[in-house]
Ligand binder design. Structure first.
Ligand code: LFR
Length: 496
């Protein structure tokens, strides 16, 4: 009997609702809704503030779920994943206290450094093992106004908020909780010392705001949102499953690996580059390399680095379009492939590339500062971005492998970015490793396959789930060009 489920997958630049039907050991995906997303900027007395339009997203999500049930059939379950770290605050009546802030909001500037006077960075890393990013939830909480915090009774991360609206239950799913900077990756529970120090800094009991932690695969309960009318084929209200609710955790479930020595790159707005481990690495070396220990499904650890990702390219395209340049993105990528390799290579992880803005100008400046030629047109700029991303992938993978004491035999690239063939080939060349590209819809597949297991439609651990993903996907393999790795080694030495 085919089993139909729906995955809600929200990214920072777009969201989708996918219906997934499991039949004969394969999942077929059908898009039931796709909608844009992005931070909304408003001016305030304190400077610009960036928020998510979560009510509009809720409308898009519920419309997509209705469409999935209407177009594909009754849903056996629903799972939700989104980007990490961001949250909503609810008051005593369960009402939203304003729109959730976006992680790109400048309100957190300088707060990490301030906090390290209270808990030194080394100590924090030993406790929670996360890559220091200005937007980790802990630093966002330090940016909250006392007024808002005093009214708040509950903090829900984005997927947990949508799950709460659908079911009435308030939980915190651990894969996403591990990005907050408050979770102990060894015990997979809140770190009491982190909660205490945050409580001291905020002047408000933070522990009381946090929902019960649940592992991915937990069934939250039936959809009770009015008017949705979601039912299973037997007429029962459709249950919501807490999947790997951090989108990257769901994407990693869907890495179609067949051997143990694999690394992955989840390519979207961000590129998440790393390894799957069975225990966190909390050493000084891991901190030095700014690697993060996010939690994965089935007790795993996602030992990875956030690389700035296709964000830089997408923002460059946005900048060119505001200048009324008529650009076709696939055409631009094709043209970039014909341009001089490694003409200009920059440190794509430089914080200068984090805020929205004129990326071509920032790239030109980075080239100038490092004594390299400035890209002269969009194709050269695009080539510089892709070369620089591939170099960052190489560096991050080598650092992760060295620090974890592991060898890498194959790199899996998953997510929308794998449609960029140039980037896949550059990654194979830069790493000197075979790259297996696909699936494009890794996050939705990882979300759905976990639901399938939670409701008893499939059995087994990650290898079995990955077998289903493999059977459901088209994969392409890219081999490194002979001698390329040595060239990239030289570029890395020159730049870092
Ligand atoms: C990717 C992602 C990353 C996280 C960033 C911000 O979509 O979830 O894993 O670091 O967005 O939340």
């Amino acid at each position: 009997m085919p089993t139909t489920m729906a995955a809600v997958d929200l990214g920072a630049s777009s969201g989708r609702v996918m219906a997934g039907t499991l039949s004969g050991g394969r999942i077929t995906l059908a898009e039931a809704g796709r909608f844009p997303n992005g931070p909304v900027e408003v001016p305030t007395e304190l400077g610009p503030r960036m928020h998510w339009d979560v009510l509009r997203l809720w409308g898009d999500v519920t419309r997509g779920l209705r469409a999935a049930a209407h177009d594909v059939g009754p849903l056996e379950s629903v799972g939700i994943d989104t980007w990490a770290v961001d949250y909503a605050l609810l008051d005593a009546g369960g009402e939203l206290l304003g729109n959730p802030a976006s992680y790109r909001c400048p309100r957190t500037v300088g707060l990490a450094e301030k906090y390290f006077h209270v808990v030194p960075a080394e100590e924090m890393y030993r406790r929670v093992g996360v890559q220091v990013q200005p937007f980790n939830t802990i630093f966002q909480l330090l940016a909250e106004t006392p007024g808002r915090l005093s009214l708040a009774r509950r903090l829900l991360l984005m997927p947990d908020l949508l799950g709460h609206w659908l079911t009435g239950r308030s939980v915190t799913e651990v894969t996403n909780a591990s990005t907050t900077g408050l979770l102990d990756p060894v015990t997979r529970a809140w770190h009491p010392d982190m909660l205490q120090s945050l409580t001291d800094e905020c002047g408000r009991d933070v522990a009381g705001l946090l929902g019960e932690l649940v592992e991915p695969g937990t069934i939250l309960g039936p959809v009770r949102a009015p008017d949705l009318g979601l039912t299973t084929p037997s007429g029962m209200p459709t249950p919501v499953v807490a999947v790997g609710s951090h989108d990257t955790a769901s994407a990693v479930v869907a890495v179609p690996a067949q051997r143990d020595d694999f690394a992955y790159i989840s390519c979207g707005t961000w590129s998440l580059v790393g390894l799957e481990l069975h225990a966190p690495v909390l050493s000084a070396e891991a901190l030095g390399a700014n690697l993060t220990n996010e939690l994965g499904v089935d007790g795993t650890v996602r030992f990875l680095k956030n690389v700035m990702g296709l964000w830089v390219f997408n923002e460059a395209v946005r900048t060119w379009r505001t200048r009324r340049m008529d650009l076709d993105v696939p055409g631009l990528v094709r043209e970039a492939a014909t341009r001089e390799p490694l003409r200009t290579v920059i440190d794509i992880d430089d914080p200068a590339f984090f805020p929205a803005g004129d990326m071509p100008a920032r790239i030109g400046e980075a080239a100038r500062l490092t004594g390299q030629p400035q890209p002269r047109d969009p194709a050269e700029t695009a080539r510089c971005i892709f070369d620089s991303l591939a170099l960052a992938y190489r560096r991050s993978l080598r650092q992760a492998a060295d620090v974890a004491g592991r060898d890498i035999g194959v790199v899996h690239m998953v997510g929308g970015g794998v449609q960029n063939e140039l980037l896949c080939q550059l990654t194979a060349d830069a790493t000197g490793l075979p790259v297996v590209a696909g699936p494009v819809e890794a996050t939705a597949l990882g979300n759905i396959v976990l639901q399938a297991r939670a409701i008893g439609a499939v059995r087994g651990g990650l290898p079995e789930l990955r077998r289903i993903v493999r059977a459901s996907s088209e994969l392409l393999t890219y081999s490194p060009a002979a001698g390329a790795e040595a060239t990239w080694r030289g570029v890395e030495r020159r730049l870092f």
